[in-house]
Design a protein around this ligand. Structure first.
Ligand SMILES: NC(=O)c1ccc[n+]([C@@H]2O[C@H](COP(=O)([O-])OP(=O)(O)OC[C@H]3O[C@@H](n4cnc5c(N)ncnc54)[C@H](OP(=O)(O)O)[C@@H]3O)[C@@H](O)[C@H]2O)c1
Length: 285
């Protein structure tokens, strides 16, 4: 089996690659990067480096030549080509290049989510299902790393401020998602599969308690309405576009967008995920 992993210069792709390489010989693994320069460390490590960008379907068709399984890490929003169009390019190129299997990193409840970050994933999941490729869709919940600024502020004795209400989130470490995704990719493609990957579901108040336990820090926990949270971000001078995303995510959490009915994370890991206290200690380094 030949694999190609995208997004390897990023956090999730790094974790996927590291874990895939424990199960598959390096010479059977290719990586997609956007420039020769970005590929250098991967070439030095023995990976087959392919150059391409999600923005250019032709570059991807060349990059995917001879690949059986494509591990497609979702791209970053806000680029010159809209992310949904980039993802359309990836799937079309995979088909044109004769790729058999696709593994895609989606979002929780990725066929019906109304979260601010969801529309591109909803489109991509649909395109994958219509493509005729064998697929495994892995719907990632929320990285604990996304909360790093909130964690650091609390540890520094500042208020732990959130607007997600009492709703639950399935935080897990990015490396845990990466390990689970690599394990899924290394297993045979018999039936098409959709996995929800989420850590134990807890709310922000629980997370704050875990921070106190992990660090011994003393701080106040402040639950705001989304409107008051937005106002606090405006007061702090954040750009409007950033406020829209940051407050939008808190609003999504409040509206249960990151709550899932089940999780395949620990089954795919083959071991328990870290506890919140252990994961917080790791993220804080
Ligand atoms: N579930 C969550 O909590 C959560 C949080 C954040 C993001 N995400 C999603 O998960 C993905 C992976 O997360 P991450 O933390 O690993 O993100 P990241 O560190 O920002 O890495 C993104 C990767 O995608 C690559 N990429 C971006 N645009 C590309 C393009 N046009 N063509 C080819 N490659 C491109 C980047 O390559 P370059 O080095 O060339 O830029 C990088 O390797 C993100 O892209 C986003 O879709 C999920």
């Amino acid at each position: 089996m030949t694999y190609l992993v995208t997004g390897v210069t990023g956090g999730l792709g790094t974790a996927i690659l590291e874990n895939l390489a424990k199960q598959v010989p390096t010479k059977q693994i290719a990586v997609l990067v956007r420039s020769e320069e970005k590929g250098k460390t991967f070439a030095d490590a023995g990976y087959d480096v392919r150059i391409g960008t999600y923005s250019d379907q032709v570059s991807l068709e060349k990059a995917f030549a001879g690949i059986e399984t494509l591990i497609f890490v979702s791209g970053a929003p806000g680029q010159e080509v809209a992310r949904a169009d980039q993802h359309r390019n990836v799937i079309a190129a995979a088909k044109a290049a004769g790729v058999a299997n696709i593994v895609y990193t989606s979002i929780s409840n990725g066929d019906q989510s109304t979260a601010v970050l969801a529309p591109d994933h909803v489109v991509t999941e649909k395109l994958i299902k219509e493509s005729g490729l064998n697929y495994k869709i892995l719907r990632n919940n929320w990285y604990l790393e996304n909360e790093l600024e909130r964690l650091k502020a609390a540890v520094a004795g500042q208020n732990f401020v959130y607007a997600g209400g009492d709703s639950k989130v399935g935080w897990a470490l990015r490396r845990e998602y990466g390990e689970a995704i690599a394990n899924a990719a290394a297993q045979p493609f018999i039936d098409n599969k959709i996995y929800e990957l989420a850590g134990k579901q807890i709310n922000y108040a629980d997370l704050a308690e875990a921070i106190k336990e992990a660090t011994g820090a003393d701080f106040d926990v402040v639950s705001l309405s989304v409107e008051d949270y937005k106002a606090s971000l405006e007061k702090a001078g954040l750009p409007k576009a950033v406020i829209a995303i940051v407050a939008g995510i808190q609003n999504d959490i409040r509206n249960h967008q990151l709550e899932v009915a089940y999780s395949n994370l620990e089954d795919l890991l083959g071991h328990p995920q870290l506890t919140a206290v252990e994961a917080i200690k790791e993220v804080l380094g």
